[in-house]
Design a protein around this ligand. Sequence first.
Ligand SMILES: Cc1ncc(COP(=O)(O)O)c(C=O)c1O
Length: 391
Amino acid sequence: MTKIKPRVSPLVESLPPSGIRKFFDIVANTKGVISLGVGEPDFVTPWHIREACFYSLEQGFTMYTSNWGLLELRKEISRFMEREYALEYNPENEIIVTVGASEAIDVAMRSVLSPGDEVILPEPCYVSYKPCILLSGAKPVVVETFEEDDFRLQPSAIREKITPETRVLVLCFPNNPTGAIMSKEDLEEIARICVSYDLLVISDEIYSELTYSGEHVSIASLPGMKNRTILVNGFSKAWAMTGWRIGFCCGPKDIINAMVKIHQYTILCAPIMSQMAALEALKSLNGEVGKMVNEYNRRRRFVVSRLREIGLDCFEPQGAFYVFPSIKATGMTSEDFSQRLLDEEKVAVVPGNAFGEAGEGHIRISYASSMKNLSKALEKMESFLSRRINR
Ligand SMILES: Cc1ncc(COP(=O)(O)O)c(C=O)c1O
């Protein structure tokens, strides 16, 4: 008898569904829910950016661009990186424009990883890294970050996991879901490890502009690191441009060149209208981003203080737009907590275990939502908790 081969690749079949999606499919079918789940700005893209897109369409810019992205945009990205992070990238061959940071992460992994390679992955972390590593045939090796360390990545934890197969370290700071950031001193020791073990770093800095205390430092700016760091960034978060699907990646030219190879066969180029909008976003710094950052900061303070008031231990996040309180005092698992909160109070949050096992005992709350929604949701959480914890 001939053996029937599976129609779907066993590797793809084995990937778990995103814990965020799973939850949001439930939310989509429930009426009147206050959702603090999505990692998406509640602001609309600033008007001048939308207008630049309309104007480009009026002028007939509807064609493919270079696989690398518009040179004018790459030049502007290069200026931005130099101005903000003192990092010099040649727009001709060290920058690629991608379809969101998401494409950059996937293509970066596929450009450098081979089957059998190991990737050190700090968790809790954004949901796409692990599947992208697995789809590259490589092996994710998790290191946990802990609330006691303000969710900063500890150099000793990296050292413990290094083997002869280790090729890449993934960094995501400011972090989704914890809101943790890393100081220059924190990163210096990690950089020394990367240099001495010859590791590459894929550094997802999509939340770099949303840093509320101190300045964002890129590991690429530290000694010996520029030539071993693939720096991912994009417009979705700080410029409120999630739907435009536009991001970029800066790095050593051999790697960016390899990324362009994959990108040209699979994507061809990022949409020209989004590239035109991104160009405007970088060119005219008219304070819109600053206004959004100030508003996120106001909400961050409010949510942290309310969570503490209602009895949840809460690490004070310093970046991105998430709070990651502990729910251990309730004795519930993060999935149970989130499901019951949704059923009883119609408030949606994301269970911490969606970001890896290390996220168990926590929930992720996004404060990219109006103050009205936040304060109503926190009132509802208060009554939910009052039935469960004695204060
Ligand atoms: C850490 C992180 N990286 C990347 C992305 C994806 O960004 P983009 O919309 O640019 O694909 C997200 C979105 O939530 C994220 O949180």
